[in-house]
Design a protein around this ligand. Structure first.
Ligand code: GDP
Ligand code: ZN
Length: 356
């Protein structure tokens, strides 16, 4: 397997890269973003790179800037040990969040992910609702979810695994211990050569410990890189995409740890499969199973076929959607306004030059 293939490169990507190849550009994968400087792996080595001005000026939002996991076309300046990112290849999958500060902007925090380990610790009571939300998030991103119940050394895993399987909607559930290594080999099965897995889950669940366990003992030593921070100080930052010696790529970004829902009607449908199935029996086709009369879902809650808790979890997710839908609409409106402004400016400039 070529070095590039071990990063996930394949024939489809090579096809998509044809015009860049002809232009003398080199394919690479973004492993870290820090203060608008990127680290890009080309297989042979890692390059520091910046986005070309054209990418920055043409971007209609932050989602069009490079992100960790992106495949990019690099122009290398070997003499200055630098690269410029000339293009981003279309993303197969991605996780995004609302960019901090600017209300409605989407920021991609991990791209081209095949699967996600949703990690929770067994040292605390199982939070089924939180797990459901992460599952929905993965599914709407078209990424295969795998639930990992860590710290199996501290608890009786049987009941917890059963409780999670009940809400997992068919996703695999594994009980492991990053501390002892028990069960970790089950996770290695997902890390096939070229496969990209991301980590998601609350802080303290053991994600860092799990990465160390999966990548090998020396990961902490090899994981940190030195970067210049905004004030020109030398800061130590962690690589956010790691290539596992035994195969597979692991993405562990701080952004993944603070993910909120962006959209995902489908994601909800899949996680609450039994509710989706029941809704065929509702009187109204667009029933939201809330206050509508003749609702088959509420009827199922009344007879205990669906628990009140699970029903509330479904409603909560739906409400959050409505809120993000609204944000997205607002963003679309802003984009349209900006376009009009640009067109207006261009028109004015044209009139001016004509008047002269
Ligand atoms: P993260 O915030 O998800 O990255 O969690 P960390 O990897 O930093 O782990 C949080 C705490 O849990 C640390 O004190 C770890 O030593 C501990 N921890 C992680 N995995 C295990 C485990 O499998 N068993 C036990 N007993 N402790 C663990
Ligand atoms: Zn209904």
């Amino acid at each position: 397997m070529s070095l590039l293939a071990s990063l996930g490169w394949n024939d489809a990507l090579e096809d998509a890269f044809a015009s860049h190849r002809a232009a003398g550009l080199i394919p690479g994968r973004v492993s870290l973003e820090h203060n608008h400087v990127y680290r890009v792996l080309t297989g042979e080595r890692e390059w520091l790179a910046e986005a070309a001005g054209r990418i920055k000026y043409q971007a209609t939002g932050r989602h069009e800037l490079p992100a960790v996991g992106d495949w990019v076309a690099l122009r290398l300046d070997v003499r200055h040990e630098r690269g410029t990112i000339q293009a981003i290849l279309p993303r197969r999958t991605w996780f995004s969040r609302k960019a901090a500060g600017r209300g409605t902007e989407e920021q991609v925090i991990a791209a081209n992910v095949d699967g996600v380990f949703i990690v929770f610790g067994l040292d605390a009571p199982i939070k089924e609702r939180a797990i459901e939300r992460y599952l929905a998030l993965a599914r709407r991103s078209r990424v295969r979810p795998v639930v990992v119940l860590n710290k199996a050394d501290l608890a009786d895993t049987g009941p917890a695994v059963a409780a999670v399987i009940a809400v997992a909607g068919g996703a695999a559930v594994h009980a492991v211990s990053a501390a002892t290594g028990a069960g970790v080999d089950e996770l290695e099965g997902y890390l096939q050569p070229g496969a990209t897995l991301a980590l998601l889950g609350p802080s303290g669940a053991g994600k860092s410990s799990l990465v160390n366990r999966l990548i090998g003992e020396n990961v902490l030593a090899t994981r940190a890189v030195r970067e210049w921070d905004a004030r020109g100080r030398h800061a130590s930052v962690h690589r956010q995409m790691l290539v596992r010696p035994g195969g597979g790529i692991i993405i562990d970004t701080p952004g993944m740890r603070e993910l909120r829902l962006w959209d995902g009607e489908e994601g909800v449908g899949e996680t609450f499969e039994e509710i989706t199935a029941l809704s065929a029996g509702c009187r109204f086709r667009d029933c939201r199973h809330d206050v509508e009369p003749g609702c088959a879902v509420k009827a199922a809650v009344q007879i205990g076929q669906i628990t009140e808790e699970r029903y509330q979890g479904y409603l909560k997710l739906g409400r959050e959607h409505a809120a993000t839908e609204k944000l997205r609409d607002e963003r679309a409106l802003l984009d349209a306004k900006r376009q009009t402004k640009v067109q207006h400016k261009a028109l004015k400039a044209m009139q001016k030059s004509r008047d002269r």
